[in-house]
Design a binder for this molecule. Sequence first.
Ligand code: PGA
Length: 249
Amino acid sequence: MRKQIVAGNWKMNNDYVDSELLVSKLLEQHTHSQTEVIIAPPFTSLLSSSNSLKGSQITVAAQNMHYAENGAYTGEVSAAMLKGVGVQTVILGHSERRAYFGETDALLAKKVDAALQHNIRVIFCFGEELADRKSGNEEAIVEGQIKNALFHLPASAWEQIVLAYEPVWAIGTGETASPEQAQDMHNFIRQTIANKYSSGLAAEVSILYGGSVKPANAKEIFSKADVDGGLIGGAALDVTQFTAIINAF
Ligand code: PGA
């Protein structure tokens, strides 16, 4: 079902103590809203954050997971392990995972399948690099990323998929796509899904924008017809900024 969502990706920030502090501040400032709020702390804070958030409207997501059920994969965490600590959502395909850890579309397809098998919702990230946009290839790149990792799924699986368009050139750079650039791409993404599945299904998918979303630009970006919310990095570490972004809807 299409919803307004604001998700905070903490990346490799906040140890256990800092996480507890940030969660308690967030609970203090968060008021009941229509917008779904998700935070994605590091693995070491998932259990404590999920416990602290019990009874609130805010839920936790993991930033990554492995596709295997279990086994000899040193340093990895499985879907079942995430489920066991209260995780309902996982971020997959973030550009930092693709760039620094070599994650490919084929690998991500396996991770998506594993998450869905465990009834974990996926926030699937993708986006073009600056060179792609400069050469006018952004739509082809984005279409390929979605197709290769998600188009093997049956229509029914899409209930558990949230998309996050994050142009790589806008992540952590302070440079944001203009609201029009975001809208154009989100509209293209919805059309791509409509062509493969149906316009009914495409209309129900939540598509988030990510890349230097701040309180100052959130309202304008979120006001666009095909933008259903944001995946927030840097500003999610500051409770005042994150709350302001949630309230921008
Ligand atoms: P940013 O990160 O808001 O710091 O640009 C977004 C993201 O990486 O998801």
